[in-house]
Write a protein that binds this ligand. Structure first.
Ligand code: MN3
Length: 205
């Protein structure tokens, strides 16, 4: 038997102020300690509720409960990936990719600029609350851009996520108000390509 653990908010590998001016200290702190924490708490609470119902053998709305569970776990996993995809500008963040991820992007999209354009459009056109992600499909050996609605739909379950951007309004509203395009532009200055490359190498094993 594996030890049962709770979901936990991961620590960031940089300080809250380190991604400024692209993401302000206030914005990052709020996003991490309030929004991400809420998904962690939500997932743990729903699992407790399920435990209780099973122990008492009482009825529970399975459809609604599992939908909420998937939403919260999805939020926790995506935010955990997102924080690692970021690094302070000039200290691991920004610039163009190198290594295997650079080759994979050039093979699939023709150029980094073309990839950046398509990924930006995917992030721009995610309706309401969502994400854009670059994933790797092991079956075809191709990187693929996905749009994720809220936290839990349209994901190809077998494709490993290499890179994500959160375009929920809570990710940028303090810094950019309703101007999502400005936030996406700023994101390219703090993308940590080493992390995306590391994930691709793991996916290709
Ligand atoms: Mn978020």
């Amino acid at each position: 038997m594996m030890e049962i653990k709770k979901y936990e908010l991961p620590k960031l590998s940089y300080d809250y102020g380190d991604l400024a001016p692209h993401i302000s200290e206030e914005q990052l702190k709020l996003h991490h300690t309030k929004h991400h924490q809420a998904y962690v708490n939500g997932a743990n609470e729903i699992l407790d509720k399920l435990d209780k119902a099973r122990k008492e053998n009482s009825d529970i709305d399975i459809k609604a409960t599992l939908k909420a569970l998937s939403f919260n776990i999805g939020g926790h996993i995506l935010h955990s990936l997102f924080w690692k995809n970021l690094s302070p500008s000039g200290k691991g963040g920004g610039g163009a990719p190198s290594g295997k991820i650079s080759d994979a992007i050039k093979d699939e999209f023709g150029s980094f600029d073309r990839f950046r354009k398509e990924f930006t459009q995917a992030a721009m056109t995610a309706e309401g609350s969502g994400w854009a992600a670059l994933a790797f499909c092991k079956k075809t050996g191709r990187p693929i851009i996905m749009q994720i609605e809220k936290h839990n739909t349209n994901v190809y379950p077998t494709s490993k996520i290499l890179l994500v951007i959160d375009v929920w309004e809570h990710a940028y509203y303090l810094d950019y108000k309703n101007e999502r395009a400005k936030f996406i532009d700023a994101f390219w200055n703090i993308v940590d390509w080493k992390e995306a490359n590391k994930r691709l190498e793991e996916a290709m094993k």
